[in-house]
Design a protein around this ligand. Sequence first.
Ligand code: FE2
Ligand code: FE2
Length: 329
Amino acid sequence: MARSAAALLTPDYVVPDEERVGRRLESYPALVSRLSRQSVVKHFDAYADIEWDAEEFRIDPEDPRWEVALDRGLGATAWYRAQPAGVRARIGLHTIATFMRIGVEFESVLKRGLLDFAAGLPGGSPEFRYVYHEVIEEAQHSLMFQEFVNRTGLDIPGLPPLLRFVAARVIRLARTFPELFFVFVLGGEDPIDHVQRQALRGEQPVHPLLRRIMQIHVTEEARHLCFARHYLKEHVPRLGTLRRATLAAGAPVILAIMAQLMMRPSRAIIRQYGIPDAVVAEAYTKNPRHRAETVEALRKVRELCAELGVLRPRLWRWLGIWEAPPLPA
Ligand SMILES: [Fe+2]
Ligand SMILES: [Fe+2]
């Protein structure tokens, strides 16, 4: 049954149950069982819960609400501001559609990994049920994201061959090294969750269809993030020295790549709209504010790595995802 937008705007999605203080003494199996029950009472269907054909959800590529945020990244450059309004909106819509397509690819890797992970669990494990709920929820998200992409009329390609190759290796990790696999999960889910919550709270107008999709997504992702974090807290302390060292080295590499994919426009967009190299550098590569935002999007994972004793600041700094020096006043 469709849920009202008002119901989604309750503080529930901002502060998920699973993160509330007072739950801290709950055991890991009890937490996993509670997350499973929440998946039964608070879940969404990509088609029953979004009125795709509603007039207010219609996608007009030149709707100014698609424009990228004007206070950061590409939106803050003189080049972007000098483009005609229609082009600014189209670049914004194309960027959103690309992120959704990346979301579909990421969730595909995630679902296949989770299914392999579940296949290796002992009978009666509470994780089995939880993981199947998560796979179902991710399938609904992918239906939702792909439906959005289809309705933009844009042709967004899937992963390039190199990333496809890497994706196959990541799926295998779910069985051979689940701790590293769940760091990958956080690397995909945490930055996008951060960006979506920021957009929902921000002052810039958001197209109602995009708002609906983001509200549904952050509500369910709260559970997924909670499970991944607690899985790591439960299992990393039991790892041997070699595995801990591998996790400490692999985590920032995975996180740096994921943040890059999730927080910047794709090469295809740069090419299609003729965005000059100097503008890309100004907006992203050489922009201390963008770097600070990337670091902030990874803050929760970084703090978790510190808590787990697998944080290597020099490596994080070398990869450009460590705290940047303060911005000049
Ligand atoms: Fe998702
Ligand atoms: Fe998720």
